[in-house]
Design a binder for this molecule. Structure first.
Ligand code: ZN
Length: 182
């Protein structure tokens, strides 16, 4: 385990197995367990074994691994529990509602009218304020990624084509189901 693991961090202990939990998956980087206060049955917590509080502290490798797992565990939940979708979220920082001092990714099985309150209430914003956000954010994203960002002008964007019927057959059943096809 990480030497900097705080003695009092419950999620470090759950991830390492010192505190028992209903594990559903484990590898060298993460443990996935049932949330003991689930929003719906099957609500999973994906917990990094290394003590990290927030996403910026995570290695890109760990972020990529957790991203891949969020897809695969989500599909497994849909198949195993016969639910119709999942909500995947991270509270990144106290202002975002993060209560634990350890990074957690939630995967919540969803069904229509399941009463899970994750709906966002849209804020009103005008064109100037949106442009303001864009002008601050684009250079910051470039700096973060260490690249110069080139955004295609609207007329240079590829024109979206209606998906040919033949292509639809290539989607597997689950993908089609989630996309509202069948
Ligand atoms: Zn921890």
């Amino acid at each position: 385990m990480d030497e900097e693991e705080p003695q009092q961090c419950v999620f470090c202990h759950i991830a390492s197995g010192k505190i028992p939990a209903k594990k559903v998956y484990e590898d060298d980087q993460v443990t996935a367990v049932l949330d003991i206060n689930p929003a719906t049955p099957g609500h999973l917590l994906v917990i990094p074994k290394e003590h990290v509080s927030v996403m910026p502290q995570m290695s890109e490798d760990l972020v990529a691994h957790i991203g891949m797992l969020s897809k695969q565990l989500s599909h497994a939940l849909i198949r195993a529990l016969k639910v119709e979708g999942t909500s995947i979220f991270v509270a990144n920082g106290v202002a975002a509602g993060q209560r634990a001092p350890h990074f957690l990714l939630h995967i919540i099985p969803r069904s229509p009218n399941d009463g899970v309150a994750l709906q966002l209430s849209p804020a009103k914003i005008d064109e100037k304020s949106m442009n303001d956000v864009v002008s601050k954010l684009v250079p910051a994203i470039g700096k973060q990624l260490g690249v110069e960002i080139k955004l295609a002008k609207p007329e240079q964007r590829p024109v979206p084509k209606a998906e040919p019927k033949a292509e639809k057959g290539k989607l597997d059943e689950l993908t089609e189901f989630l996309a509202g096809g069948k």
